[in-house]
Ligand binder design. Structure first.
Ligand SMILES: [Mg+2]
Ligand SMILES: [Zn+2]
Length: 243
């Protein structure tokens, strides 16, 4: 029997402190793919290492016949690559150049930041590490490897009740954040739909803009994280944050 191991454990040996500590009254939840990263990481990996079946699954997901959880579970199982090959592709993936300044701003303003992604934990962590941002808590699907060329995906944050049938159900994550005064969300696409109406304000790009407009969800359109840095001070009053 093939033995699969979480890749983050092989590479990073994460300890408890990685999950961060939620000391402050405000939190900004950030999607990763297409929001922090310029390209969708899973799609990029499948372009390199996927097969015909991966494309068929993508089509079924687009038509709404399967959720992203089932789609990605099978796509990742169809991927053929060594860990070194995966790392090589991940090393080319760039992030929004203003994201680092946003994190500096969040730290100076005492805002918690969590990354909530329906993508691959190891991919996100290795990209963040390249930008020295790997201290950020990441909630994503767990990528496993067999030390050969096979891959699996596990879903620690799934929610059987969610209509989206995502791998990482972001609305489920939201329900656990009861202690915050305000929850902001930054996202761009379908994996953000089920959380968008459950936060105080959405910063939206691309498809998420249309979704927020359609369902009258409070949002501000952004083109980069620099727009979030511009908007947030007016949304968080100086007295409430330092009290
Ligand atoms: Mg996205
Ligand atoms: Zn959900």
């Amino acid at each position: 029997m093939t033995y699969f191991v979480p890749v983050e454990e092989i590479k990073f040996c994460h300890n408890q402190s990685f999950r961060g500590n939620d000391l402050y009254p405000y939190i900004v939840l950030c999607d990763f793919d297409g929001t922090i990263s310029k390209k969708d990481v899973t799609d990029t990996l499948l372009d390199h290492f996927g097969n015909k079946k991966c494309e068929q699954l993508e089509q079924q997901w687009r038509e709404g016949r399967i959720g992203s959880r089932e789609c990605m579970r099978q796509q990742i199982a169809n991927m053929d690559a060594s860990l070194a090959q995966i790392d090589e592709v991940l090393a080319q993936i760039e992030i929004d150049p203003t994201f680092c300044a946003f994190i500096d701003f969040a730290q100076s303003e005492q805002l918690n930041v969590h990354i909530v992604s329906d993508g691959l934990d190891y991919a996100i962590q290795s990209i963040l590490k390249r930008y020295k941002l790997d201290f950020l808590p990441v909630y994503a699907n767990k990528l496993l490897h067999d030390y050969q060329r096979s891959w699996q995906l596990q879903f620690p944050y799934t929610n059987a009740d969610c209509v989206k049938a995502s791998g990482n159900c972001k609305c489920q994550h939201r329900y656990q954040l009861t202690e915050f005064k305000k929850v902001f969300y930054v996202g761009d696409g379908a994996s953000d739909f089920c959380i968008a109406d459950k936060v105080d304000l959405v910063f939206a790009k691309d498809k998420l803009i249309d979704f927020c407009q359609q369902y009258q969800i409070p949002f501000q359109p952004i083109s980069a994280f620099s727009d979030v840095v511009t908007a947030l001070p007016n949304l968080i009053t100086a007295e409430s944050i330092h009290c």
